[in-house]
Design a protein around this ligand. Sequence first.
Ligand code: FAD
Length: 364
Amino acid sequence: MAQYDVLVVGSGLFGSIVAHEAAQRGKSVLVLEARDHIGGNCYTECIDGINVHTYGAHIFRTNDRAIWEYLEQFCEFNNFVNSPVANFKGELYNMPFNMNTFARMWNIVTPAQAKEVIESQRVPCDDPANLEEHILSLVGRDIYEKLVKGYTEKQWGKPCTELPPSVMRRIPLRFIFDNNYFNDRYQGIPMGGYTRIMEQMLARADVRTSTDYLDDKEAFDAMADLVVYTGTIDSFYGYRFGPLEYRSLRFEHERLDTDNYQGVAVVNYTDAETPYTRIIEHKHFEFGTQPTTVISREYPQDWQPGIEPFYPMEDEANKARYAQYFELAQAEGKVRFGGRLGEYRYYDMQDTIKSALEKCNEWL
Ligand code: FAD
């Protein structure tokens, strides 16, 4: 008989939910985590009383009340509303594109005036060959050049003329004065940070950090009846069909002796010259009043094996390669694959929770 009922590889949101649900069902659980801390990319680290989102800003949102309430078992949400600001060469604009943005950009007052300016700048195109043509046909020149072009080119490491229109199918334009970035019914930041959520989810499991499952796969497999693997699926199979590609990010965190650096949690730098895309000031996620602050500059970077895989490249070549790995995974005896790396999907936290709970019903 194996030592544990379930072995979970990875202590991110997906793995932590599986560990919690397994314990709820009376199962014994071992969790292995390659990093030296739990929490995956949702991990927050407390510095000077400020919960720093180490792997990038994480803002929870959903329209699904059941998912919101599921997470509320482990935390209390505050009433943070994401209202980022765009900085284009020192000019500040509200996001998402709404009447505040248009009033600042064109010195206009009414929605009708804003629509008139946009209509006069649009470059209609029925069948855009690239992202530039597509965006110009939707929002016209000023918004494209000041708020979309530089940011998007830095994000993808390519000129918009070489990116497909599918990168940004829609650009929501709001003709009301509303800076709330998201449309979801529920939105907030867990007070006290995300790591506490995962700590509670993992409370009844044995957890080993700084332990890479792939270093001793056979021995770890022998320890449990069921293995739930949330690492990259291609590494599980030794990259036999080649590596799946990602877009990655590099974060530069800095502690500053000022109580308020930028007055808002998120500022997007939309010009081409600034090398980073965003600065996050973490204390504003929880309305912090500490005398110091911590900021993080976010630099997009090409991914290569060995650096953090953040955003799956869901293009045709990678989808086809993933399908090959998925086929192998279907034939596994006791190993199941889940989460954004195991399924090679861009999952927001709400998608991760939904998927994990569905899979738990199937697997446990
Ligand atoms: P992960 O968090 O990646 O966890 C996987 C874990 O497995 C990691 O800890 C890893 O170290 C471990 N692991 C991998 N391989 C092994 C191995 N071989 N052995 C042991 N351990 C291993 N979602 C939102 O809803 N709102 C946001 O604002 C938001 N912002 C984001 C910003 C960024 C920059 C990123 C990258 C994601 C963002 N997300 C956001 C998405 C969110 O991070 C994911 O939904 C969630 O973290 C997925 O959880 P996971 O457990 O699938 O993966």
